[in-house]
Design a protein around this ligand. Structure first.
Ligand code: AMP
Ligand code: MG
Length: 557
């Protein structure tokens, strides 16, 4: 029955490929049609034990095999009650079930170089429109619980945090000195004069003895005040008058001032943070500067709800690409892999985790398999190369045709970075049944283009997935041009510059030199991308433009 038919199951879809000749197709189709309903039920996951109760006889009867059916048989149609016949007026000819805009527009890799597009079929988008599509199609952040340790640095809170404890948790001394009973009350004597040292309070855990009017207790910075004490006099405002007989302890001190007020040099309970106060809000980030982490640590937060940081995989593509650290000299045509190590560093430098996916060759199957594996493992895949117009540029066809992904844009009006491609792919992770949307950024192969487009397009997506509030992307500043610069009349140019702060309070931009997209050296020392307007001619020295900061501003103060 299946002599020339190829059949298989993918997920829950039964796929049958019939032979090309009309006669063969008809014969094979006749053979399989009776079984189709049953096969579909099983492919859809029906319990086969239940289906098979009643044995072959029942199955054959249900399939209408006795008497032997033909395609025209009504018994076949019993099991084939889709709506085609009714809705589309019977066998009225082929009918497409997809709209033209839903079909792949990428090259068919099997068609060869003569059949490829000679101009990109993807519309040329403005950078802002490309960024809008990224904001729209990048998955929303996911909240997870995390212990408060170094692992939460760089993340964003998914829930408010309330203080579990007050800070300080007890009345604490701000100075080294003596705890005293100071008061405005007329019955309490002046704090000036001789006092017996009746106790000691060190900064340590444990009980502290009560203090009465007329007594003082030696106290260190941060130590708990004895019950009854109301203020602390600094050691500088006192003189030792007598010691115990062995000379080891203070017996009496003199306080030299009567100006000590109640509460002086005391940190009251909760005066920094009160228990149950909200110390941090949802959407706030925990930076490596330290303040937010310190706050969480100080109030005893054990666990926080944070947004999971996306895991990024970085892949280079191209048969000519060899590992950058291969010791042998290059052979003709070989190119050292510049993009993979550079992008891995850039991703990690932006505060995200990245894994190395290696180099994929320009063979359709190899690229597809690498991407499939990668999409199971990571949330975002960054590829470089293979998005130009050559017949071996396989990224777009592989994403669209093999992975069932959607290309949201495949061309951007910018310099460098025109062929930058952004796609999402539905992926069923092995450990869950829910389909997830994974993101692929296919960046151009030229190294400077790859790095520019990483900062411009990938970074905002990572920030969205990690729960950062808008605006996403690099911070924009106004800079003054240090020298004239040529503009591109059509495409927005992202010129690599060094931004420095000068005495006049302004930021200045200096070009890093020759800007060809293959020249990664144009990034050496660069801390910003200058956004040149699209106009013919030159932008004069002293004129202002926007710059996107990638690194720390150089101080020339
Ligand atoms: P493609 O888009 O694949 O045609 O690549 C455009 C240019 O970038 C070619 O000259 C490639 O050799 C080069 N290229 C692609 N990937 C890399 C890489 N990982 N490192 C350095 N150059 C690359
Ligand atoms: Mg290539």
């Amino acid at each position: 029955m299946m002599a020339r038919t190829v059949a298989g199951i993918r997920d829950r879809t039964l796929i049958v490929t019939l032979p090309g000749s009309p006669k063969g197709a008809k014969e094979n189709l006749e053979a399989i049609l009776p079984q189709l309903a049953h096969a579909c039920q099983q492919a859809a996951g029906a319990d086969s034990r239940t289906l098979h109760v009643g044995g072959t006889d029942k199955l054959e009867k249900e399939a209408g095999i006795k008497p032997r059916p033909t395609v025209e048989d009504t018994s076949v149609h019993q099991h084939h009650h889709h709506s085609h016949d009714h809705a589309y007026g019977g066998h009225s000819g082929p009918k497409a079930h997809t709209k033209p805009e839903e079909r792949p527009v990428s090259n068919d890799p099997n068609a060869g170089p003569t059949k490829r597009h000679r101009e990109s079929p993807y519309p040329m988008l403005a950078v802002e429109d490309a960024l809008k599509l990224i904001a729209e199609h990048t998955p929303e952040p996911k909240a997870v619980k995390a212990a408060v340790n170094e692992g939460v640095v760089g993340t964003v809170l998914a829930e408010d945090v309330t203080a579990r404890e007050s800070v300080p948790a007890f009345r604490a001394s701000i100075v080294d000195g003596y705890a005293i009973v100071a008061s405005k009350h007329p019955m309490v004597p002046s704090t000036k004069g001789l006092f017996p040292v009746t106790g000691v309070s060190h900064a340590q855990a444990g009980a502290v003895a009560k203090l009465s009017i007329g007594e003082v207790a030696r106290i260190t910075t941060g130590a708990p005040l004895p019950p009854g004490a109301t203020a602390v006099v600094m050691v500088e405002d006192t003189v030792l008058r007598s010691t115990t007989e062995d000379g080891q302890e203070e017996d009496e001190i003199e306080i030299l001032t009567d100006a000590i007020k109640e509460g002086e040099n005391v940190r009251e309970v909760g005066s920094d943070v009160k228990a149950i106060d909200v110390v941090m809000k949802k959407g706030e980030g925990i930076t490596a500067v330290g303040g937010e982490f310190g706050l969480l640590a100080s109030v005893g937060t054990q666990e926080v709800s944070i947004f999971k940081r996306p895991l990024v995989g970085v892949l280079s593509t191209g048969d000519e690409i060899v590992p950058h650290d291969r010791p042998e000299d290059l052979r003709l045509g070989e190119v050292r892999d510049t993009n993979r190590p550079t992008l891995l560093i850039a991703v990690r430098g932006s505060g995200f985790d990245a894994v190395d996916l290696g180099i994929a060759s320009d063979k359709p199957g190899a690229l597809e398999n690498t991407l499939r594996d990668a999409l199971r493992q990571v949330d975002v895949v960054i590829t470089s190369g293979g998005v130009s117009m050559g017949e071996l540029d396989l990224l777009k066809p592989t994403i669209e045709r093999s992975l069932g992904g959607t290309i949201h844009f495949g061309r951007v009006s910018m310099k460098p970075g025109k062929p930058t491609t952004f796609a999402t792919v539905p992926v069923k992770p092995s450990d869950s049944s829910d389909r997830e949307r994974k993101v692929i950024f296919s960046l151009p192969g030229n190294p400077a283009s790859a790095v520019v487009t990483y900062h411009l397009f990938v970074l905002p997506a990572l920030q969205k997935m990690a729960g950062f509030a808008q605006p996403w992307g690099l911070p924009k500043v106004k800079v003054v041009l240090d020298h004239e610069m040529k503009m591109d009349p059509l495409r927005t140019e992202y010129h690599r510059v060094i931004v420095s702060a000068r005495e006049d309070g302004l930021l200045y931009a200096t070009s890093t030199g020759f800007q060809r997209s293959s020249r990664i050296g144009s990034f050496k020392g660069a801390n910003a991308l200058l956004c040149l307007p699209t106009r013919p001619g030159m932008l004069a020295k002293g004129e202002k433009a926007d710059a996107l900061l990638m690194g720390r501003v150089v101080s020339l103060l």
